[in-house]
Design a protein around this ligand. Structure first.
Ligand code: ATP
Ligand code: MG
Ligand code: MG
Ligand code: MG
Length: 438
């Protein structure tokens, strides 16, 4: 991508109402634009990161044998009356009326709809287990939307739903998502800690929130330090196998959110030097809730002896858009973002220090072409501007590598490569740069 073609409206001033780093940087780096309270447009740079995060989430859902689909954002109120949640959900639900006066709503979550879809298509226990997911926009009319996309009103969520014949099998589905979540967040450079959690309006008994520790997080959390360094299950994990030992390992140490915290147990189980009492960002949440929806909504299958059995269900959410904020909170400095490679909007930025100089233009164009053909995502700054302005912009958008080409280096056949994470700079022979990065 040539910067001259891209749309990157960076801000010089720090927006006054943005209280945390990720919100400030997303606005300053031209990633998002506020269109209403808790409602944001995703500008090209932010949208590229969102897509990369979404893709990692997708790959790990697929690996855990969940199947992707897409449900609509608009749902009918009648569906929610079947489960009894239409009234229970309260003001967080955005209620809409269509031209025929039918009551509709903008989905805050999809348990009802997926249960309706499931009951229409599955008849026998032999069709189980099933795990279905989608990645779709949600709307929740939050009392206090804040911190930019961290707590938006419209936000992108991955929500998966599992259907099993009995509790034991449902436990397997829960475990698959548990492992998938650990892997998903780790691939983005985030240490997530599964914590015993309250089930809230979704209901049920078994639930974990996946928390990324951050001073700016909205949840108060308590856990054993040992969880921070625990190794995440490998890519080769057999999702058909028994995952319970992994779950046991992660749940053997104390970890609970505010609502579930038991100070006595914390003090008994965890040595004082290992106690972490901190703040965190909820990036994912998994629930097992059994028959909460299948019973009232009659999602039944024929069992082995022919009788109807209510299916056992779970639901599993990831805050896809919130993850952008969580990643920036973990990776930034005064100058801007420092994207981990797997989610970086571009892998490399090329800075042409003297646009219009024949030799500089030619060297940049060649490097740009070489990197692109090697499959590297490149942003080529081909705009004539002061070096200081160019470097500040590159640091702000935080691509992992910056390659600078100017008349002086070019004379020596060299480019300067800067690692945004370490700040280290080195001079590299021009014909070796593509090989070094790709
Ligand atoms: P919170 O406690 O932050 O309000 P929640 O517990 O209400 O979140 P869930 O119903 O568990 O949210 O939804 C699944 C995931 O969706 C959450 O773990 C979170 O990452 C994300 N999420 C929820 N609400 C928002 C929001 N307003 N903006 C962005 N992401 C959100
Ligand atoms: Mg909420
Ligand atoms: Mg919550
Ligand atoms: Mg939650």
């Amino acid at each position: 991508m040539r910067l001259s073609r891209f749309y990157l409206p960076v801000l010089k001033e720090t927006p006054a109402d943005a209280q945390i780093a990720s919100h400030r940087l997303m606005l300053r780096a031209g990633m998002i634009r506020q269109e209403g309270a808790g409602i944001y447009a995703w500008l090209p740079l932010g949208f590229r990161v969102l897509k990369k995060i979404e893709q990692i989430v997708r790959e790990e859902q697929d690996r855990a044998h969940a199947v992707e689909m897409l449900m609509p954002t608009i749902q009918s109120a009648d569906l929610w009356r079947e489960s009894g949640r239409y009234d229970a959900y309260g003001k967080e639900m955005l209620r809409i009326t269509d031209r025929a006066d039918r009551e509709m709503l903008y989905g805050p979550t999809n348990e009802e709809m997926i249960t309706e879809i499931f009951r229409a298509g599955v008849r026998s226990y032999k069709d189980l287990p099933k795990m279905l997911y989608h990645i779709q926009w949600k709307f929740r009319d939050e009392i206090r939307p804040r911190f930019g996309i961290m707590r938006g009103r419209e936000f992108l969520m991955k929500d998966c739903y599992s259907f099993d014949i009995d509790e034991e099998s449902a436990r397997n589905s829960y475990n698959k998502m548990f492992v998938a979540y650990l892997r998903t967040f780790a691939r983005m450079g985030l240490k997530s800690i599964p914590m015993r959690a309250d089930t809230g309006p979704i209901g049920g008994d078994l639930s974990h929130e996946f928390i990324v520790l951050a001073d700016t997080g909205e949840s108060a959390v308590f856990c054993d330090k040992g969880l921070v360094d625990m190794d995440v299950p490998a890519k080769t994990t057999d999702f058909d196998g028994d995952l319970q030992p992994v779950i046991d390992q992660f749940t053997s140490l104390y970890a609970a959110t505010d609502e579930m915290h038991d100070e006595k147990e914390f003090e008994t189980k965890v040595a004082s030097e290992n106690r972490i009492s901190a703040r965190g960002i909820e990036v994912g949440h998994i629930f097992f809730f059994g028959e909460k929806y299948s019973a009232p909504m009659k999602a039944v299958v024929a069992g082995p002896d022919g009788g109807d059995i209510n299916v056992q269900m779970g639901s599993y959410g990831v805050g896809v858009s919130r993850l952008l904020g969580a990643i920036i909170e973990a990776y930034h400095d005064e100058a801007g973002c420092k994207w981990p490679m797997p989610v970086a909007p571009f892998h490399v930025g090329i800075v042409n220090l003297r646009v219009g100089d024949e030799a500089c233009d030619a060297a940049c164009a060649k490097l740009y072409a070489d990197l692109e053909s090697a499959g590297v995502d490149v942003l080529y700054d081909d705009i004539a501007a002061r070096p200081g302005e160019k470097f500040a912009r590159m640091d702000l958008i935080g691509l992992p590598y910056q390659i600078t080409i100017g008349p002086r280096g070019l004379g020596a056949g060299e480019a300067e490569v800067k690692d945004r994470h370490t700040g280290e700079k080195s001079n590299v022979a021009l014909d070796g740069v593509a090989g070094e990065i790709a």
